[in-house]
Design a binder for this molecule. Sequence first.
Ligand code: XMP
Length: 516
Amino acid sequence: MQTKYDTILVLDFGGQYCHLIGRRIREHGVYSEIVPPDITPDKIRSMSREFNIKGIILSGGPSSVYEPNAPRIDAGILELNLPVLGLCYGHQLIAQMCKGKVEPAACREYGVSYVEIDKPVGVLAGLSSREKVWMSHGDTVFSLPPEFEVLAHTESCPVAAFRHKTKPIYGLQWHPEVVHTENGTLMLRNFIFEVCGCTANWQMEDLITKMINELRTEVGNAKAIIGLSGGIDSSVATALAAQALNDRLTAVFVDHGFMREGEPEAIREAFKKFKINFVVANAQQRFLEKLKGVVDPEAKRKIIGEEFIRVFEEIAEKVGAEYLIQGTIYPDRIESGFRKHSDKIKTHHNVAGLPAKIKFKKILEPLRDLYKDEVRRVAKMLGLPREIVSRQPFPGPGLAVRIIGELTEEKVRIAKKADTIVREEIERGGLEDNLWQYFAVLTDTKATGVKGDARAYGYVVAVRAAESREAMTASFAKIPYPILERISTRITNEIPEVTRVVYDITHKPPATIEWE
Ligand code: XMP
């Protein structure tokens, strides 16, 4: 019989970090389910047949609690006698529902902030009097009724954390799930184990078995193809699908021409050892033609998403495959804005970039709920080779989203060269293991320079290197100047069309990692 896991429900108000809460809980060996915010108390009671529900977290979200259509919860949820923790929007919502005062903040706080902990109890047990936290809010809780007590404040936020005096109800204005909250792990651990009394009885292996079984059940005796870009996600999805389907699986590598230098060869080499049908689709010309004259980044992503599917459909017809498997992971979906209350950040090629009509019976996405570092853990458990496990992520649309403006053969050539130089110098400096991604962006700005005593007017290349754990947030990397200097010198010397190199010093948020 399957174990009834101790479970925390996360009510999803559309916050960018909502799913991150789920995975942070999983990291502690406790299962979590993300559910819509309009879930009823009865539904929660009925879920108890399958899960041992021990607590509820209300996520953050882009709305304001006082907007007419702001998402809310059934008041009965606060009466279920289950511990509740509200984060950001969730914190404001509990305050408002309990007759507290929530208003626009005099001073909005985005990014790192410091809170004064007034009472280190409950969720805040073990914290010091001043804590570094990650805030991202435009509204603030200004006061609460007497049955609540304030646990923390900042200069501009008088109720940064609270708890109910007699019930296990807590609110935090900040995001403990984001790594930039220094003691976020401790805060969540306090909630999961001390406040909710969970036992850690869930593990990653359970998920691998679940994913393989799901693929087997869905595909039955039919055939499937999988888009294999050589990145970690599609490689892991391929390894899982290979276990589920064996030779009923065909892996397709689409060479759309926006790959890094040497990439198609590297993929062929890495997957030589796998016992799968492997097809390379040479589609450079058709992608470039479709993208001629297209400048808008979202239009580019949509065209690429559609063309990928058309190539897959053609190959599926040849091999008789009815299903398409993709290595889509959670952040791809969240940024594509697939949830009811979340904002669209960008159209990931394999999610919202998909055309409305497709010839497949179904698209299967076994990794849809995982983050990149969880995928890496699964890769290790599946015994995938190091060159795949440790590859830096590469977006499906490739250099097309790193070349701003219209794509031309000249720009693709320049971007490839610049990218190779960045990769070589970062790796020569031994920095790659600590970086999430490092690459070059060919901007559509031109700048004046002087080369060999003559005026030059050429492209501006931006270098981007980011540190991150799961791509939901990222910090620009503090690359040593000598390495940046080598990169800049080599790019301007080896690529005559480039006159200037700049370094991108923006975190995510507010920027995204890719430029488009
Ligand atoms: P952003 O730019 O949104 O990127 O901060 C987050 C992570 O996702 C990768 N990325 C993509 N991956 N298809 C993909 O397979 C896409 O369309 C796509 N867009 C961005 C990006 O490289 C980063 O690791």
